[in-house]
Design a binder for this molecule. Structure first.
Ligand SMILES: [Zn+2]
Ligand SMILES: [Zn+2]
Length: 117
């Protein structure tokens, strides 16, 4: 996997506060919001998803890759970084999401983030 996570965030993706530490700038979440998102990822409703997809969803979140739009919709980059998908916990515009057979990692990430919202 090529980790092209070079996002720099000046404000928290969850609460909008200015980010200070290098770690927060890289992940896009302040320490309090990081804790809340991590707690949401452990929620029972998240445990219904396949564990390896939850791990990938958490990875995306830790990279600050999901940008909140509104109403629980998040922008998520494709793995090659060339496209952007719109993800909601119930639907996603990525190829796997359009097939809709299983929730994709973007949907799971959107679900975790909306639980922490
Ligand atoms: Zn925050
Ligand atoms: Zn998706």
């Amino acid at each position: 996997m090529n980790a092209t996570a070079t996002h720099q965030h000046s404000n928290c993706l969850r609460c909008g506060r200015a980010l200070r530490s290098a770690k927060s700038v890289a992940t896009g979440y302040g320490p309090t919001c990081t804790r809340k998102v991590k707690a949401a990822a452990k929620a029972e409703v998240v445990a219904q998803y396949k564990a390896h997809l939850v791990a990938k969803a958490e990875e995306l979140i830790e990279q600050g890759a999901l940008i909140p739009l509104r109403s629980g919709i998040y922008l998520a980059p494709s793995s090659d970084g060339e496209r952007t998908y719109k993800a909601h916990r119930t639907a996603c515009s990525c190829p796997a999401g359009i097939k809709g057979l299983h929730p994709c990692k973007h949907r799971i990430a959107a679900h975790i983030l909306s639980l922490a919202a």
